[in-house]
Design a protein around this ligand. Sequence first.
Ligand code: DGJ
Length: 735
Amino acid sequence: MDPLHLRSAGTSLVISFDSGEAEVIHWGADLGDSLPDLAILVEPIPPSSIDGTVPAGLLPQASSGWRGRPALRGHRIIDGVPGLDFSPRLRVVTITAGHNSAVIVQSDTEAGITVESSLTLHMGGLLELRHTVANDGATPYQLDELATVLPVAPDAVELLDLTGRWAREDHPQRRSIQQGTWVRTGRHGRTGHDSSLLFAAGTAGFGNRHGKVWATHLAWSGNHEQFADTIGDGRTMIGGSELLGPAEVILEPGGTYATPSLFAAYSDSGLDGISKAFYSWFRSRPHHVLPAQSANGGAGKARPVVLNTWEAVYFDHNLASLIELADSAAELGVERFVLDDGWFRGRRDDRAGLGDWYVDESLWPDGLTPLIEAVTSNGMEFGLWVEPEMVNLDSDIARAHPEWIVGPSSESHKDGGRLPLEWRNQHIIDLVNPEAWQYIFDRIDALLRGNNISYLKWDQNRDLLEHGHAGRSSVHQQTLAAYRLFDALREAHPGVEIESCSSGGARVDLGILERTDRIWASDCNDALERQTIQRWTGLVVPPELVGGHIGPTTSHTTARTHDLSFRAITSLFGHFGMEWDVRDVQGAEREELKRFIALYKEHRDLIHSGRMVRADVADDSLMLHGVVADGGVPDGGVPAGTTAALFTLVSTRTSFAEQPGRITIPGLDPELNYRVEAIFPAPGDADYVHTFTQTRPPAWLESGAEANGRFLAEVGLPMPILNPEHALLLRFTVA
Ligand code: DGJ
């Protein structure tokens, strides 16, 4: 049987069937049109080992000699006796190849198990892999795990994954790959603040723009494991699986289970190449929110400037004051006003009200209409905060339906059943229960029908601990039921955008992003923390989908104080907005804020469609990143004056060096001449004097510089001496 060879954007995936099962021969650099006879790859047999070659299966299995983590774990239950058919021997039945895609069916007829694997190598080089297992037998089959994994090349010797906590999501950690398994387990029932958005294995010292990298992401918002498994013969698999609860999935005869999709990218140019593959995939989705002038036909709309009320007023909802806030926001140039938590029945603080999704009559005697009209008559869209999966015990719905509250017991807590520990005074509503699901759908649907709402900020503020339906572990079903809720509301209200928020960034994954339009990266609006959070979230998620707001001058989560320019430049490289009582912003600071909002509007199409470039800067007190216009140079070249890139140089702390020296700027077109200007803060801005401490700036700073992309990448420019926790915005126009 001929091998399967998928190729796209510098990546090849080769699968051989010579051993009788699907074996991944190569996932990495593009191998070109022709492959040699793959028999040359048959390996030696070491002493004291299996008497044959052990394939790196698409579904690694003990029946082929794989002694690492198997892809499929489960067993059949016959007449109440568990543990039967525990080791499948899957063999290829059919291969259906499509355009850069394939469906491979492997089966073990004796065990009565079939696994269908679907693979697509998307246009930008992102590989999507998903398995579906079917129980062909006549008795129930208990599924314990079905993992999606891929082998990485032997020169991948380092591993990078991400971790975090509330208000500090997506921080990197690195280690060398050694024998054994490195597992990152998420038992939060949601994706989790500490979840690794990416698992990246690479060559020694791989960086932002150098080294080979193989990376995977598991598109799932429930319990999961991601891992790198290195076995005795030196081979490493990376990937992940849904972490199933005890007997959570029992397949009846004919039953099936589908894994979450594993997305995988290969790059020979460091992590920037990985982001390129993910961004390309996101931006090719039909429902992707595109910049107005996007290369994809401009079907979408520019990402509006947001004002979210949370850090401006918290629970202090008062119509007159919110209208003042909306007027002030509109005067600044805000385009979307989002009313956060506190508007519904009984919700004066975080102890009550969740589940009672009715506008609170005592606060809003005329409903939300007066506020919505004030917002929309100012030309802004209106957005509303909801948390549909949650319930407070102090709510009418919890009192009426105690049986809808999730817990480990089959009894309602009113009948003596135990509830999980409270978290932010709240519990989870059992969406697996069709009546509870329908109630939540109807309430949110009614709010959307009855009010002119363009946007939902959909929050989820607790882990799903001891999560059970009818006494059985049910995170799997709850996650699918929540997905169905998103899908049904989107279908009923196609014009409404949805933001995925989960105490900040605890639900950021491609499963939720398939049904939402942006994520809230973190509850931390401190610009210094955000530099790291947004950089690493942006490894996978493009900036147009990552909410980043200018918070109050002194951060509410860290008590650090930052100039407006640092906060504004940080928000610029995402979906820009504010979470700040802008009524108090006056005088020169207000003018500076307006200038910045105008700057965002001028450049958002570039930021939301361009290539992300993160420089590998030797001085680790500095960060340099930017967005370079992508998308085809028209015949005849780029007209002079076109903005081709925006970069920011960020100082995170004091440096060991007296001055930064020349910093090279990668990622520009080597043949194009650019005019480089420092555009924010500008001389005259309130923040300008705070930004630098230098007796004399570099020669080019005040009047700009001109050089081609090759010179900028190889020689660079001497940079000004930035004060710590300050940033400079640079614009590159075609000269
Ligand atoms: C957590 C979110 O992350 C915040 O932005 C805010 O919406 C609060 N919840 C409201 O309760």
